[in-house]
Design a protein. Structure first.
Length: 276
């Protein structure tokens, strides 16, 4: 006797509980929390430190594996004293910023003393002043460089016109460019710079100004040379002027010669010759 086959598929297995998960192989295991591993180290406990600063007392909390430099950063927020200007004493000994608290024997409730390092403060202020001066010098050199760029462009145009094509330019324009470049040289000389990038850039601009002043001196010398008559146009002009002058002198001689001859013969002699 044949049995009728059912078309109904078997019901799926119930979902695993929330704290269980199915691995790719089908094994049901307990779900692990995200970010955890069997070898995960226990969290580092936070410790409380008591800091004395003059008449004030501060309490801070941080990891026992932190450094004294991190302690200084927290105290910077509380006291306004820069970390480079702080001296932290633990067990009557100054501690380096890179030293670790647990290595130095710091425990929960340990006490420390915060002092201001006046020498370090003076050094930091001098360094800040030096950096600010270098920044101002760099900006001043950059501003002069922009002006020099414009003047150098004009010098190049004038050099092409005079030395390249033989054109003439007004001497006052050459002198004016020289004066403007010398004014930029004075500005560069007035910028106080120390050894560094700003001094190097200032030297570059000084040499640029000097080279272009020398070019203008050459342009001025070339511009002052007399125009030679070697060009065909000038030769034709001179020949035309000579022909006109010669023609004038020839016309004057042709008219004046008979008049002079007639005036030299006495009137009486001419009459006598006619009677004969």
């Amino acid at each position: 006797m044949m049995r009728k086959r059912s078309n109904h598929s078997p019901a799926p297995p119930p979902p695993p509980p929330a704290d269980w998960e199915v691995l790719p192989g089908g094994m049901l295991v307990q779900k692990r929390l995200a970010g955890t591993s069997p070898d995960a180290a226990p969290p580092v406990p936070a410790i409380r430190l008591r800091i004395k600063h003059g008449l004030a007392h501060h309490e801070i909390y941080l990891s026992s594996q932190s450094t004294f430099g991190e302690v200084k950063k927290i105290l910077w927020e509380k006291t306004g004293l820069h970390p480079q200007e702080q001296r932290i004493l633990f067990k009557e000994k100054e501690r380096d910023s890179s030293a670790y608290l647990d290595t130095a024997g710091v425990k929960d409730g340990s006490r420390m003393v915060l002092e201001e390092d006046l020498t370090a403060r003076a050094k930091r202020l001098l360094e800040m002043r030096r950096l600010a001066q270098a920044e101002r010098a760099a900006k001043s050199v950059a501003a002069v460089a922009v002006d020099v760029d414009g003047l150098v462009s004009k010098v190049s145009e004038m050099e092409t016109a005079v030395l390249g094509t033989g054109m003439r330019v007004a001497e006052k324009d050459v002198v004016e460019l020289i004066e403007l470049l010398m004014a930029q040289l004075v500005k560069l000389d007035a910028i106080a710079v120390e050894e560094g990038e700003a001094k190097r850039k200032r030297g570059i601009q000084v040499r640029r100004v000097q080279r272009n002043v020398e070019k203008l001196d050459q342009i001025k010398l070339k511009n002052s040379e007399p125009i030679h008559s070697s060009s065909p146009y000038l030769q034709k002009q001179q020949q035309r002027q000579q022909v006109v002058v010669t023609t004038q002198w020839e016309m004057f001689d042709a008219v004046a010669a008979p008049a002079m001859a007639a005036s030299t013969v006495p009137a009486g002699s001419r009459i006598e010759w006619q009677l004969l």
